[in-house]
Ligand binder design. Structure first.
Ligand SMILES: Cc1cc2nc3c(=O)[nH]c(=O)nc-3n(C[C@H](O)[C@H](O)[C@H](O)COP(=O)(O)O)c2cc1C
Ligand code: SF4
Length: 523
């Protein structure tokens, strides 16, 4: 097999190391993927070649590959992605990327993406203002004052994160856009990148200016080929039009954007695990502190923000404080992209104000449908992904789609992928799919994480025969509470939320002929 493309990739990573201090080791994953794409598998000669060029022993390469679904074919014990596929297949219909309701973020997304159209619609005006009229601290103050919260799942205040990184000691700050989108069945970031990549690049440019970052990296889910194509075209056009590169629009500010591919590890979407992956290692979350804002990529202050978060930045700068603050929930202002799926008449993506009543969202999407597509009865809603819990129909009638309102019902907003279950659905099947997915994706670095997942899988399996004892079921709740306090990342900490909600709120789905149910579950 000829290795020119591998050589080119290594050459490119040497250039990035020389220019920005990015570890050359990060090239390992791309090299493995190039070898795999060339021959359909990673041949032993290719492994030996990569070993010679990057000094990474074959055994280490195989260990690394086993964690990444897109690189792990033919590795014994490697992640297969089968559980994830089941979750996606069950929950994601053909309309997953259909825009049903458009707000400021999606406004320009129904046309063929082109920088000319973007500029004609007022694109890059916010960046022009930020570059020419605003000092970095003023941008951060504006973002802070408006209370923009991240849209990647944790809803952390963006301005607070930016300020911490801007004030941290280091050679320079790195900006990372989290475009790994591993949360089944989320597709909102894909839609933004496919259809309006300029908005993301503009948001990154403004963030780069605020942080004094010379480089923004997009850690992009490796199987999002359309997003990759659209981003690469947009990056080239932004260079041509002077919105990337040196001395952008005569402002004296230099900024570049590079794409790094993620190869199918759910846990790599966790910010500190992503740093490990970008440094060429297995995606294992780092212990914090130090937080990435103090010591992140290559030891430098680093900000990791979600695609949707960064896309909000130009809108926020353009609209200005008062107008942005008017939209949505005062504690988490702006809009949110909600993906509606499952048993709902009009699945697709809706851009809606945060804090909207969930019942109104379901109504807007045509209401619940039964298995034949006729109007159905609501049983439950999973509000935002595998670690966000379940809501009963009564809770759906009361809850608003804001972090605070969901928390009152033991649930989370997560990525905003809302899955609707009609009265015919068996929530034990969903809980099992969630557990299987998390068990497959756990990195295993904290012993209790995979062990507790396996124990709960076994308990649920025993409910099928009505054999689970009260003590076993009690242990599921105890694990839910205990894991939240001790585990190393959100995967493990949230691993029992959905199953625990399912058991507590929908006990009938788990009842077998001989079950003895804990009283508190039946309350
Ligand atoms: C297991 C795990 C997976 C995650 N996956 C993603 C992801 O795919 N995309 C994302 O933006 N954030 C993901 N996150 C959250 C990130 O750690 C981080 O909070 C986020 O990227 C920060 O961006 P934001 O402040 O703009 O929301 C994940 C977290 C965990 C624990
Ligand atoms: S909680 Fe699970 S996935 Fe997270 S670091 Fe620990 S073992 Fe890895």
């Amino acid at each position: 097999m000829p290795y020119e493309r591998i050589d080119q990739r290594i050459e490119y990573s040497r250039a990035l190391e020389a220019r920005y201090g990015l570890p050359q080791a990060a090239a390992i994953f791309d090299c493995l993927k190039l070898a795999q794409d060339a021959e359909g598998h990673i041949a032993p000669e290719a492994e030996r070649y990569i070993e010679q060029q990057l000094g990474r022993p074959v055994a280490e390469q195989r260990r690394l590959r086993s964690q990444y679904d897109l690189l792990s074919a033919a590795i014994p014990g490697g992640a297969s992605g089968a559980a994830a596929e089941r979750l996606y297949d069950n929950l994601l219909g053909p309309d997953a990327l259909t825009i049903r309701q458009s707000g400021p973020l999606l406004a320009a997304s129904d046309q063929e993406p082109s920088i000319t159209a973007y500029l004609a619609a007022g694109g890059y005006q916010a960046a022009g203002k930020a570059l020419r009229q605003m000092r970095p601290e003023a941008i951060i103050d504006e973002v802070k004052a408006l209370g923009l919260r991240g849209r990647g799942g944790a809803y952390f205040p963006v301005g607070v994160k930016w300020e911490a990184a801007a004030q941290a000691a280091g050679k320079h700050t790195f900006l990372i856009c989290n475009a790994d989108e591993g949360e089944p069945p989320t597709r909102k970031d894909k839609l933004l990148m496919d259809q309006n990549p300029y908005l993301l690049l503009e948001g990154m440019l403004i963030a780069g200016k605020a942080l004094g970052a010379p480089l923004g990296l997009i850690y992009l889910r490796g199987d999002y080929q359309e997003s990759q194509d659209s981003l690469r075209t947009a990056i080239a056009e932004a260079h041509e039009q002077g919105w990337l590169g040196a001395d952008i629009q005569g402002s004296g500010f230099d900024f570049e954007v590079e794409i790094f591919l993620g190869f199918g590890s759910y846990v790599a979407g966790c910010d500190t695990a992503m740093l490990e992956s970008l440094e060429g290692r297995a995606a294992i979350p780092r212990a914090t502190p130090p937080f990435p804002t103090e010591q992140g990529l290559a030891g430098q202050p680093t900000v990791v923000n979600n695609v949707e978060t960064l896309c909000n930045v130009p809108i926020l700068i353009e609209l200005g404080g008062a107008a942005f603050a008017q939209i949505g929930d005062p504690d988490c202002p702006g809009t949110k992209l909600f993906g509606l799926g499952g048993d709902i008449a009009q699945a697709g993506i809706y851009e809606l104000p945060t804090g909207m009543p969930l019942s109104a969202i379901l109504e807007l999407a045509g209401g619940v449908v039964d298995d034949l597509g006729a109007p159905g009865t609501l049983k439950a809603v999973n509000p935002g992904g595998v670690t966000t819990g379940l809501l009963t129909a009564a809770e759906v009638a009361r809850v608003r789609m804001s972090p605070a309102s969901l928390a009152e019902h033991g649930a989370y907003l997560g990525s905003g992928a809302i899955t609707v279950f009609n009265a015919q659905r068996d929530l034990r099947a969903f809980a099992e799919d969630v557990l299987n997915f998390l068990a497959e994706e756990s990195c295993g670095s904290c012993m209790q994480c995979p062990i507790s997942l396996r124990m709960t899988q076994r308990t649920l399996a025993r409910t099928h025969q009505g054999l689970a004892t009260r003590a076993e079921l009690d242990a599921v709740y105890e694990r839910d509470a205990m894991l939240a306090a001790i585990l190393g990342c959100g995967l493990g900490r949230g691993s029992h939320i959905t199953v625990s909600c399912a058991l507590r709120k929908f006990p009938d789905d788990f009842l077998g002929p001989r079950d003895v149910w804990p009283k508190r579950m039946l309350r």
